[in-house]
Design a protein around this ligand. Structure first.
Ligand code: C2E
Ligand code: MG
Ligand code: MG
Ligand code: MG
Length: 281
C-alpha cells in the first residue's frame, strides 16, 4: 500500500477500514443478544492417543450462528467479545454448558475423559473466575480432575498475578493446558514455575512440519521441553498420516485434528465416540 500514492488508494484503504469497523460493530451488537437468542452451540473435538487409538480427551469449541451474520468463526468473534468485555458472560456460559454436558454424559454411563474449555485473557484475569469454576463444578457431579482449561502463553504474562491464580485453580483439582504453545513469548525458566499440566503444540507448526525443517525442529524441541518439565504434550492440527507418524516418532503421543475428527455437535460426538450404556435392551 505504501507505494501507491494518491486519492484513489487512500479512498480504497478508507473504505476497507470502514467495512472492517462496521463488521466489528455489528458483531458486537449481535453478540450481546446471542446467549438470550440461543445462537451458540458448543462443539466437541476428540483427542486421541496416537499410538493406541484410544480417546483420551475432548476440547469444547464454541460455534455461533447469527440470523443476520450467518456463521461467524470464533477466530473472529472471540477477539470482539474479549475487547468489549462480553467474553465474561459468554465464557461463563460456555463453562456452565460444558459441565452440564459432562454431567449428562456421566449419567449415561460414559467412560470419562478430560474435557477442556478455552479461556481467554480477560476471562482468566476476572476476579470471579476461580469462584465461578468452583461453584459450577460443585453444583455438578463432575469430578474436577476431568475438567481442564486451555490458556495461551500470552495469559501467562504477569508472573506475580498469574501464579497464585493458577495455584488456586490447581487447588480445585482441575487441569491446566497451555494452548498454541510456541507462538508466544514464555521463557523456559518461567514455564518451569507455572503449575501447568500440558503443552499444546500450535497447529501452525504441525501444518508445515513435513516440508519445513525449521517447524520440524520446533516440534521436536517443544516435545523435549515438555518431557524435561514433565508435562503432557498434545499436538493439534493433525491432518494426515504423515503428521501422525512424525509426532509419534518424536515421542508425542496425544493428537487432535481433522485426521481423526472435526469438532462435532454433541449428538454426533456421542454417536461416534462415546460408549453408551444400553438403558433399554
Ligand atoms: P484453539 O483453542 O487453538 O482451537 C483449535 C482450533 O483449530 C479450532 O478452531 C479447531 O476447530 C481447529 N482445528 C482442529 N483440528 C484442526 C485441523 O486438523 N486443521 C485445522 N486447520 N484446524 C483444526 P476454532 O473452533 O475455529 O477456534 C479457533 C479459536 O477460537 C480456538 O483456538 C480458541 O482460541 C478460540 N475459541 C474457540 N472456542 C472458544 C471458547 O469457548 N472460549 C474462548 N475464550 N475461546 C474459544
Ligand atoms: Mg484450545
Ligand atoms: Mg490451539
Ligand atoms: Mg488458537
Amino acid at each position: 500500500y505504501a507505494k501507491i500514492e494518491g486519492k484513489n488508494s487512500y479512498k480504497l484503504f478508507n473504505n476497507d477500514l470502514k467495512l472492517q469497523l462496521e463488521r466489528k460493530a455489528s458483531i458486537e451488537v449481535e453478540l450481546t443478544k446471542a446467549i438470550t437468542n440461543d445462537e451458540f452451540t458448543i462443539y466437541y473435538q476428540p483427542k486421541f492417543n496416537m499410538i493406541t487409538g484410544e480417546l483420551v480427551g475432548i476440547e469444547a469449541l464454541l460455534r455461533w450462528f447469527n440470523p443476520k451474520l450467518g456463521f461467524v468463526s470464533p477466530g473472529e468473534f472471540i477477539p470482539v467479545a474479549e475487547e468489549s468485555g462480553l467474553i465474561i458472560e459468554i465464557g461463563n456460559w460456555v463453562i456452565k454448558q460444558v459441565v452440564e454436558q459432562m454431567d449428562r454424559w456421566k449419567e449415561k454411563g460414559n467412560q470419562l475423559v478430560k474435557v477442556s474449555v478455552n479461556v481467554s485473557q480477560r476471562q482468566f484475569r476476572n476476579d470471579h473466575f476461580v469462584a465461578f469454576i468452583k461453584g459450577t463444578l460443585n453444583s455438578s457431579n463432575v469430578d474436577p480432575a476431568y475438567f481442564e482449561i486451555e490458556i495461551t502463553e500470552s495469559v501467562l504474562g504477569d508472573h506475580d498475578v498469574v501464579v497464585p491464580k493458577l495455584d488456586q485453580l490447581k487447588g480445585l483439582g482441575i487441569g491446566i493446558s497451555i494452548d498454541d504453545f510456541g507462538t508466544g513469548y514464555s521463557s523456559l525458566s518461567m514455564l518451569k514455575n507455572f503449575p501447568i499440566d500440558t503443552l499444546k503444540i500450535d497447529q501452525s507448526f504441525v501444518r508445515d512440519s513435513i516440508d519445513n525443517a525449521q517447524n520440524n525442529l520446533l516440534i521436536k524441541t517443544i516435545i523435549e521441553i515438555g518431557n524435561i518439565l514433565n508435562l503432557n504434550v498434545v499436538a493439534e492440527g493433525i491432518e494426515t498420516e504423515e503428521h501422525l507418524a512424525l509426532l509419534v516418532q518424536y515421542d508425542c503421543s496425544i493428537g487432535q485434528g481433522y485426521y481423526y475428527s472435526r469438532p462435532l455437535h454433541p449428538a454426533d460426538f456421542e454417536v461416534q465416540f462415546l460408549n453408551r450404556i444400553k438403558i433399554h435392551s
